[in-house]
Design a protein around this ligand. Structure first.
Ligand SMILES: [Zn+2]
Length: 417
């Protein structure tokens, strides 16, 4: 089959693809609650039906990984990755529809995981089954990585696959995470957890202003200066300036928040957790806060450490210390890497508009592949509104177009004319 025929096949069989998304939505796979067994069984049954050999692997039987492949050892080796776990539906009364019905309307598929990211998973499964089912001769191979742990950190999923040789000799990777059809993710921020601990002296609460040392008040003085961290700017190379500028413009345009572009190239902080004190009538002798700190490209732990020392000094309090728990570096793929260009060209052709390679603020499994030096992109259908929130949906048209783009880009990378 030619590239054109393969893309047309997706169009002609769009109902199968839509049904596949709906079926995946109907299988509960909330993480960390619930089980991933049912959704993994479904993926395995799908592969079996398509005549594709697969292997279940991983390090935690509650969060298995499934790997499969098609093609030859010669040529371009492309990993396609998707996670089948979803964040919990949460308060059901906040939903306008049953999050697990997988209902298909005229324009949308409804439910938890439609955008993040069962539509993307359906797209890569559909693409692989098409190439394998039609025995399309590839100059290279497609390697499927389906994981069931992404939403709780990914240690049993992609992280494990990458640490255990499954990324070896790959030339590129597509993570089918939600990006919308306007952008291809080519980089993301890193992060660390900052724990600030404040020590005081206990006393009777009735002597609050006269005796003891209030650990909560001391900590609050430090917290009021934590936003100084957000003044730290990333360090981008000359080559990265264009994608950086594009990313900032895109972020503001898509989210309608003036100034939001700053989040791409600056540190951001979120004081997310605070714990302290024992009772209202005791002067608290201990309080701690946890701050989520996100790092733009080029900013390391040392730079954060330096500014934190300044913050403590400015706050003028004694008996406050901090700990930094490093999570990941910011990471990126060159905006003209072959995988980026293959997706950009085909996306623009099929969508009839510009599709922008961009850096984003959230992090994902893409970092694990990039850590191995594999040029990696994220690209998948999504409606941003309901992701990790209520009323999650995806546009049917985007699901179909994304699958066509996957197929077309694979054709280019594997020399199918
Ligand atoms: Zn996701």
């Amino acid at each position: 089959m030619t590239k054109k025929e393969l893309v047309q096949y997706v169009e002609d069989h769009r109902d199968e693809l839509i049904t596949l998304v709906s079926q995946l939505i109907q299988i509960k796979s909330e993480n960390p609650i619930g089980t991933q067994r049912d959704v993994v069984d479904f993926v395995e049954a799908f592969l079996k039906d398509a005549g594709i050999e697969y292997k279940e692997t991983g390090c935690n039987p509650d969060y298995p990984c499934v790997v499969a492949g098609y093609g030859t050892d010669m040529g371009f080796s492309l990993i396609i990755n998707g996670h089948v776990d979803v964040v919990p539906a949460g308060d059901l009364s906040q939903w306008d529809f049953n999050p697990f019905s997988g209902e298909i309307t005229d324009t949308q598929i409804l439910g938890r995981g439609t955008s993040d990211m069962k539509a993307g998973v359906a797209g890569v499964l559909f693409a692989l089954s098409l190439f394998a089912g039609k025995q399309v001769p590839l100059h290279g191979n497609i390697r499927l990585h389906i994981v069931s742990d992404e939403e709780s950190g990914g240690q049993f999923g992609t992280q494990w696959l990458c640490a255990n040789g499954y990324g070896e000799h790959a030339d590129a990777c597509l993570v089918a995470e939600p990006t919308s059809m306007n952008t291809i993710e080519i980089g993301q921020k890193g992060g660390l957890l900052l724990k600030i601990k404040s020590y005081g002296k206990s006393a009777h609460g009735s002597l609050g202003d006269f005796k003891g040392e209030n650990a909560i008040l001391k900590l609050s003085k430090v917290l009021s200066h934590v936003s100084l961290l957000s003044k730290i700017e990333g360090h981008f190379s000359e080559r990265q300036i264009k994608p950086l500028m594009d990313s900032k413009l895109l972020a503001e345009r898509e989210n309608h928040i003036p100034g939001l572009g700053r989040v791409i190239d600056h540190v951001s902080t979120n004081v997310g957790l605070i714990q302290g004190g024992t009772r209202h009538n005791m002067v608290p002798d201990y309080c701690e806060a946890t701050v989520d700190v996100r790092l733009p490209i080029g900013v390391n732990k040392e730079e954060i450490d330096e500014t934190l020392k300044q913050i403590l000094e400015i706050s003028g309090v004694e008996g406050v210390e901090y700990e930094l728990q490093y999570k990941s570096d910011a990471n990126f793929t060159d905006h003209e890497a072959p995988i980026v260009l293959a997706f950009k060209e085909n996306a623009e052709h099929l969508l009839g508009k510009e599709v922008i390679p961009a850096y984003q603020w959230a992090s994902s499994d893409a970092r694990d592949y990039r850590k191995l030096g594999i040029p990696t992109i994220q690209f998948g259908p999504s409606n941003t509104v309901g992701i990790h929130s209520y009323n999650e949906t995806v546009q049917i048209e985007d699901v179909v177009t994304a699958a066509k783009i996957y197929v077309a880009a694979i054709c280019d990378l594997m020399e199918i004319k």
